[in-house]
Design a protein around this ligand. Structure first.
Ligand SMILES: Cc1cc2nc3c(=O)[nH]c(=O)nc-3n(C[C@H](O)[C@H](O)[C@H](O)COP(=O)(O)OP(=O)(O)OC[C@H]3O[C@@H](n4cnc5c(N)ncnc54)[C@H](O)[C@@H]3O)c2cc1C
Length: 458
């Protein structure tokens, strides 16, 4: 950043990791400018504000952000409590984003559509490392503006780019044409989005715990709205891995959740369709017809896609990136988090060095840094941005000293699921706190209970 010292550092996204990045940059005497596509900070979490986090408060807040907040008299929530997404926004992200020091640097309704080097396309190498970046932003008033910055920290998450419903990594044929019949990945079926689901035929697609929680919430809805029909499509031959170990499960909360889901399926309240890879979708007069690869069809009103997420790399097309060919995380990070082999309990802390790209002074952090791996944790991201801010400030010693402080019991107080996008609804908080207090085997991160991070069965 030497040649561009007087320019700001662009932070893409005002989620928890983007705001934490800004706080660390400010502490380092650097000038952040934060571009947030949504109307306010935490716009992605706003979509799942009704979902409870599975990590307690003390692992969900960043140290530099807390140092800023404490100047306002902010009081930290009870460290062992498990917040809902909405509480993370209301009690932490919003007060942080509203601080003048942050608000004056935060542009909302500002969607980054491309990042490049000023005057250089990807093929040009001369003076590349010393040339400022150009960040192209679409602003809410319809204007598109180019912003020149010294460095870029991409903390834009993956929420807006869900995996398609189709097999083979592609959208099912017709998927785009039935877009109005596909909900967001974690709809609030008993609350905000109730009218879209009450009395409807709802197909939940996926075999992770997002699917499990949506199914359980739909079952609750169907008690009050008995015409609601719940269908569940998984690619594997059974849903056993979603059920967990039931009463014998080493993690009681997961066992409870899985056992309840199994009972609902066995009682016929949820119709499970196994080996249902989706090949095509067609609009009907009323609803949509979903066709499996082997020719079965299900006619439904609405589809809930619990199929995971992937990073939007299109906006980074003009940058020289080093990404793992499978996971789409930085090359050195990819093998550490590959869901074929790892659960989130096995991800070591890491910082600027591991996250760097051939494009100097450019970093992908937060959820997006994990590419297609579902195992990202806020605590890991906060350490990422502490290290990245140190690196950008030229303090390489601090940048290299990665130090994720996790207790011996791990971050979790429970494992509500098999991947880290696991909502923890219906779980008894006290039981979880109890679990957190008692010593358990050493874990770094959340145990997923799987030998690897995949939640579905092949
Ligand atoms: C249901 C659920 C529960 C989770 N529970 C936990 C938990 O208990 N503990 C835990 O540690 N982790 C949890 N996670 C994982 C992870 O910590 C969260 O997803 C977290 O929100 C990631 O933070 P982030 O800042 O990287 O991304 P996000 O929170 O997704 O924030 C990204 C921001 O960037 C903005 N944006 C996107 N594209 C652009 C663009 N082009 N230009 C400008 N802005 C853009 C978005 O609007 C958003 O505000 C959970 C995830 C999910 C989905």
């Amino acid at each position: 950043m030497e040649s561009a010292k007087n320019l700001p550092v662009a932070v893409i996204g005002a989620g928890p990791i983007g705001l934490a990045a800004a706080a660390h940059l400010l502490e380092r005497g650097l000038e952040p400018v934060i571009f947030e596509a949504g109307h306010s900070a935490g716009a992605a979490i706003e979509q799942w504000r009704h979902i409870r986090l599975f990590s307690p408060w003390r692992f969900n807040i960043d140290a530099a952000a807390v140092r800023l907040l404490e100047q306002t008299g902010w009081e930290s929530p009870r460290p062992t409590a498990l917040p809902y997404g909405g509480e993370l926004i209301d009690n932490y992200l919003t007060p942080l984003a509203d601080m003048p020091v942050m608000a004056s640097r935060l542009q909302t309704g500002a969607r980054v559509i491309a990042v490049t080097r000023l005057g250089l396309d990807k093929t040009h190498v001369r003076d590349r490392d010393t040339t400022p970046f150009l960040v192209r932003v679409e602003h809410a008033n319809g204007e598109t503006r180019d912003h020149v910055v010294a460095a870029v920290v991409d903390a834009s998450g993956t929420w807006s780019t869900r995996n398609p419903l189709g097999t083979s990594g592609l959208p099912a044929i017709g998927e785009e044409t039935v877009a109005d019949r596909i909900s967001s990945p974690l709809p609030d079926v008993t609350g905000r989005d109730r009218t879209s689901f009450a009395g409807r035929r709802v197909l939940v697609v996926g075999a992770g715990h997002s699917a499990a929680n949506t199914l359980i919430n739909l079952a609750d809805l169907s008690k009050e709205e008995p015409n609601t029909r719940i269908l569940w499509a998984v690619r594997g031959g059974s849903a056993d891995k979603v059920y967990g170990g039931g009463a014998a499960d080493g993690l009681p909360a997961r066992g409870q959740l899985g056992a309840r889901l199994r009972r609902l399926v066995e009682a016929g309240s949820i119709e499970l369709h196994t080996r249902f890879g989706i090949a095509g979708l067609k609009t009907l007069d009323s609803g949509v017809s979903v066709e499996s690869v082997d020719g079965r069809t299900l006619d439904v009103d609405v589809i809930v896609p619990c199929t995971g997420f992937r990073p939007d790399l299109e906006i980074l097309r003009e940058l020289r990136l080093n990404l793992d060919p499978a996971v789409e995380a930085p090359t050195e990070l990819g093998p550490l988090i590959d869901p074929e082999f790892h659960s989130c309990g096995t991800v070591p802390p890491h910082g600027a060095k591991l996250l760097s790209h051939p494009e100097k002074d450019f970093y992908i952090v937060g959820m997006k840094s994990y590419g297609r791996a579902p195992t990202f944790l806020l605590a890991t991201g906060y350490e990422q941005v502490r290290s990245v801010a140190a690196a950008l400030a030229g303090d390489h010693e601090a940048a290299d000293l990665v130090q994720l402080e996790l207790p011996e019991t791990g971050v979790c107080s429970t494992d509500a699921g098999t991947s880290c996008d696991v909502p923890a609804t219906g779980i008894d908080e006290e039981a979880e706190l109890g679990c957190c207090a008692s010593p358990e085997p050493v874990l770094i991160g959340f145990p997923t209970g799987l030998a690897h991070g995949r939640s579905g069965q092949s």
